[in-house]
Design a protein around this ligand. Structure first.
Ligand code: GAL
Length: 413
């Protein structure tokens, strides 16, 4: 049995609330860079089955996604056999949807060098009404481990939306410890929809990522909240401003699944879809904010442009950079925003987002925006895959409506 151990995570030290301080911080030493993979919910909701998961694993292994770092194929809600309260039902896989059981899928994922994730929640029922894990945390953690599960999305949004902080901490802490008591490492995603200031204490409980907001809809910039609830891409981005300091290796702000490629066609996720430019913006922004990159479109039928969006290695490198520092919004005026992020090799990523409706020239200064004393620097355009030259003055680029241009800038010494 691997004991859960006190982590030396100095970075997490600032995160403890008084209540959590009583216990040493926990760490499973996993997810040192944000998890990358796929989740079944946005496109398929409860309509999941063994064949779909096998085909998704095959797609990820062969379409270039695995080669650039995608690893997790995650079953979301709807894999369970029973709807209704846990006190009335055991937690089992639906034998019709998953005739060979979940271990069969985990073995298959592992045989391809990929990982399998699963979903549960701390209540009597999950969000879609299936049996939850309440009162059976140790038993369920052991069952998931015996199946070979690598990632657990533990979703409190329906059962604990209005619960007191102490209760929310306690239910996530219980599952975190139950997972850490297993021999196999299981990444823990605490899905609490951005409530309870979870970012302030989640890392200390050994949670690897936590949602910063309510569910994303398939929209880039929908006026208000769709159905009074959903966040679009820009809502989620705004929600993350100020939370950057809570993220770092092993513990990440989760901006929710990627909507790239859904094209408004998901039968189960609300939203009108976004343009290719907007989806690419969204991908860029999630990458520079070090959000987990969990695709949710049907991987079996991605068009070429969408696949190129998912697999741009230069954008993924910003997300997976071992320094693990999310971008800060360093300037925001009239819908024109500059984001900047330091990288482990001393270079910086700079992103220019145009939220407005017309094309604009946007400029960044390594002195004023990045606060660096560089004299001369190079600029590389990470979507064009092109070196733009050497510069001593601020750099200017044309940014079309809703586009995010992103550059890697490096000092010339
Ligand atoms: C929601 C969650 C979604 C999805 C769904 C499943 O609470 O935010 O991402 O997991 O539950 O029922």
């Amino acid at each position: 049995m691997r004991n859960w151990i006190a982590s030396g995570l100095a970075a997490a030290g600032m995160l403890f609330s008084a209540a959590v301080q009583a216990e040493p911080p926990l760490s499973n030493h996993l997810a040192l860079t944000p998890p990358m993979g796929w989740s079944s919910w946005n496109n398929f909701a409860e309509k999941i089955n063994e064949q779909l998961i096998i085909e998704t694993i095959d797609a990820m292994a062969t379409n270039g996604m695995q080669a650039v770092g995608y690893q997790y194929v995650n079953l979301d809600d709807g894999w369970q056999r029973y709807k209704g309260e846990r006190k009335d039902h055991p937690l089992e896989a639906d034998p019709v949807k998953f005739p060979h059981g979940i271990k069969y899928l985990a073995d298959y994922a592992h045989s391809k060098g990929l990982k399998l994730g699963i979903y549960s929640g701390p209540g009597q029922t999950t969000c879609a009404g299936y049996t939850g894990s309440e009162g059976h945390e140790a038993q369920d953690a052991a069952m998931f481990a015996s199946w070979g599960i690598d990632h657990l999305k533990y979703d409190s949004c329906c059962s604990h939306k209005d619960a007191k902080d102490e209760v929310v901490k306690s239910v996530f802490g219980t599952m975190s410890k139950a997972l850490m008591a297993q021999k196999r490492g299981i990444v823990l995603h605490a899905c609490h929809c951005g409530w309870s200031h979870i970012w302030e204490w989640a890392a200390a409980l050994g949670i690897n990522h936590w949602r910063i907001g309510q569910d994303i809809s398939d929209d880039f910039d929908y006026p208000g909240n769709r159905e009074g609830y959903y966040f679009d891409v820009l809502d989620m981005l705004d929600h993350g401003v100020g939370l950057e300091k809570y993220a770092g290796p092993g513990h990440w702000n989760d901006y929710d699944m990627l909507i790239v490629g859904l094209d408004g066609k998901s039968a189960d996720l609300v939203g009108a879809g976004a343009s290719n430019v907007e989806y690419r913006s969204h991908f860029t922004l999630w990458a520079i904010e070090n959000s987990p990159l969990l695709a949710s479109a049907d991987l079996r039928m991605l068009d070429r442009y969408t696949l190129e969006t998912f697999t741009n290695p230069e954008i993924i490198a910003l997300n997976q950079d071992r320094l693990g520092k999310p971008a800060q919004r360093v300037r925001s005026k009239d819908g024109l925003e500059v984001f900047a992020k330091e990288l482990s090799d001393g270079s910086w990523a700079v992103a220019l987002l145009n939220r407005g409706s017309t094309t604009e020239d946007m400029t960044f200064s390594v002195h004023k925006d990045l606060n660096l004393g560089w004299v001369k620097y190079t600029v590389r355009d990470l979507w064009k895959h092109k070196d733009m030259g050497e510069f001593e003055i601020p750099y200017t680029a044309e940014v079309i409506s809703h586009e995010t241009r992103v550059f890697r800038v490096t000092e010339i010494k």
